[in-house]
Design a binder for this molecule. Structure first.
Ligand code: C5P
Length: 221
């Protein structure tokens, strides 16, 4: 357990995965469990921070002493994050936000009809919340952190993504069929906009969370 070095700080964390509805019973979703975001919330609270957790469909118990704001879609997540970020010292985007959503929402359940082919699903882009947060900082010294799951060329793709998003830190992990999603453990490299590279050995999601807060605390001091 670290020193209470985040005392007096407000940190905002997004966790889980957004669900983009097609009709009242169906959605496009992803495999994010929310565990890494919840680990970030628990460790920040343990280090003295006031924590706002924007939780997208994680289905996990609310961490003690954390202000939890439940959301469903990327658009709702954006609203909640921007509102909470207004007075935040740091924002960590650990949620898996859908890049696209169905263009139309059917108010009634979509039905199959005899002899008819299904209608194609047309997707439109969701806002890139991390890029927006990074470009329009609510406070001059606010630290913005993103996550990236890559399947190959992890470091090179991570560097490109860090620049494109404009965030201060990007936690890059390699994903595959049995890695990271839903698991209790993680392995990553944290890339800094200052060129720094912090490897994090395979271990509990809490350990990675504490290293992220170490790097955030350095940048806040
Ligand atoms: O572009 P990609 O989805 O790989 O980027 C991942 C990072 O960007 C994560 O931190 C995620 O929370 C954030 N993101 C976002 N808005 C989106 C898509 C991703 O903030 N529409």
């Amino acid at each position: 357990v670290r020193e209470p070095d985040l005392t007096g700080r407000h940190v905002v964390i997004s966790a889980g995965g957004t669900r983009e509805p097609l009709d009242p019973v169906r959605f496009l979703g992803n495999r994010s469990s929310g565990k890494q975001g919840y680990a970030l919330a628990r460790t920040a609270a343990a280090r003295g921070a006031r924590v706002t957790l924007i939780a997208a469909n994680a289905g996990l118990p609310d961490p003690a002493g954390v202000d939890v704001v439940p959301v469903g879609t990327a658009v709702q997540l954006r609203e909640a994050v921007l509102k909470a970020a207004a007075d935040a010292d740091a924002v960590v985007m650990a949620a898996a936000v859908a890049d696209f959503r169905p263009q139309t929402y059917a108010a009634g359940k979509i039905k199959k009809k005899d002899g008819e082919e299904p209608a194609p699903v047309v997707l439109v882009r969701n806002p890139d919340i991390l890029a927006e947060l990074s470009a329009d900082r609510a406070r001059p010294n606010q630290v913005v952190v993103g996550f990236a799951a890559e399947t190959d060329d992890v470091l090179a793709n991570g560097r490109t993504k860090l620049r494109r998003k404009g965030c201060d830190l990007l936690v890059v992990n390699e994903v595959g069929e049995r890695r990271t999603f839903g698991s209790e453990e993680n392995e990553a490299v944290v890339l800094g906009a200052d060129g720094s590279e912090t490897p994090v050995a395979h271990g509990p999601k809490e350990a990675l969370a504490d290293i992220v807060w170490d790097l955030v605390a350095q940048r806040l001091s």
